[in-house]
Design a protein around this ligand. Structure first.
Ligand code: C5P
Length: 321
């Protein structure tokens, strides 16, 4: 890996702050292969970046400090957001500093809109935004390829949080090929009260497979129908092609999610699926107006803690301002 020598600070605002943001994602196709010997599952997934963003602000500091504000900042369960080296942002900072040969000095604030442990890659978005912001703050001038390599070391979804748009993911999800999407897709995200642990959902999938209650994953579903639908629409084609192998284990761990899925289709969604490892429900809308109406209906029903109308694709981690 080649790094240019640190050339001083990058884009700085008045008080030396650099701000970046990164989007949430929905897996519109998530086919999970068998468990690999490294503890990960082989995936074929189609990621769609949607317009719910976390913002990461970095300032010159002495050592690393981390502050979290916004959605989930006060969580206590799987959705608790740590403010130490257990936070992916902290690890992102240490990794970038180590690779670039600079001291890991920064005061970092994460302003969260994406719920933690929601199946929306919120932690991955924070890590991707932190890489982009710290690269500018420290003047480390990493290429996108170098940042992507660091991202893959941090987590399976972090490379996609950097890239954004629509992409086919393979390997454990970190190997990406961009996919063309010619139109905008509108969704309503129904965010549940309490998060789900991703490893627990994968472990539950393995258990259901051993018991023969779901297919064993030896022949994962093809992403082709979803890719074709994303390219050219219409909405019912994408609705019919959506699929997520992590939905049965998420429902097994959280049976009340059935009601949450029914509420979405009852409110007019073309289709509703669990997003990633859940528990967020992603409901596909006909268009922007119906997404706004659906969000209002679902917010009134009180099935979810939070309801958000979003659209995608949107770009990946970027500097702001
Ligand atoms: O890569 P990431 O840190 O997001 O993965 C969290 C956990 O999710 C892994 O430790 C593993 O239990 C599970 N996982 C998996 N197969 C994948 C991605 C994640 O089993 N492809």
């Amino acid at each position: 890996m080649s790094w240019s020598s640190p050339g001083g600070p990058g884009r700085l605002a008045g008080d030396g702050a650099v701000v970046a943001r990164a989007p949430a994602k929905v897996n519109v196709h998530l086919a999970v292969g068998p468990l690999r010997s490294d503890g990960f599952h082989e995936l074929r997934t189609v990621y769609l970046a949607v317009s719910l963003f976390d913002t990461v602000t970095v300032r010159p500091g002495d050592g690393l400090t981390l502050t979290v504000t916004g959605e989930g900042a006060a969580g206590t369960g799987a959705d608790a957001v740590p403010t130490d080296r257990h936070n992916l942002v902290w690890r992102a900072a240490e990794l970038l500093a180590e690779r670039a040969g600079v001291p890991a000095d920064a005061a970092i604030t994460i302003d969260k809109s994406i719920p933690a442990a929601g199946g929306l890659a919120g932690g991955s978005a924070d890590a991707a935004a932190a890489l982009v912001a710290l690269d500018a703050l420290w003047g480390t001038h990493a290429t996108r390829g170098e940042l992507t390599a660091l991202a893959a070391r941090l987590g399976s979804d972090v490379p996609f949080s950097l890239l954004g748009g629509v992409a086919l993911g393979s390997g454990r999800g970190e190997q990406l090929s961009p996919v063309l999407a010619r139109r905008r897709w509108d969704w309503v995200l129904g965010i549940a009260g309490e998060g789900l642990s991703t490893p627990a959902v994968y472990a539950e999938l393995d258990r259901l497979r051993v018991e023969g209650r779901v297919p064993d994953g030896e022949e994962p579903a093809s992403p082709d129908p979803v890719i074709a639908a994303l390219r050219s629409g219409p909405v019912p084609a994408l609705a019919a092609a959506l699929g997520n192998d992590l939905q049965p284990p998420a429902l097994s761990l959280r049976p009340d999610l059935r009601r949450a899925l029914r509420a979405a289709t009852g409110a007019g969604a073309a289709a509703a699926i669990v997003s990633g490892s859940g528990p967020t429900v992603a409901a596909l809308a006909q268009d922007e107006d119906s997404a706004v109406r659906m969000a209002a209906t679902l917010a009134g029903e009180g099935v979810y803690r939070t309801v958000r109308a979003v659209h995608g694709p949107v770009p990946g981690a970027r500097l702001v301002g």
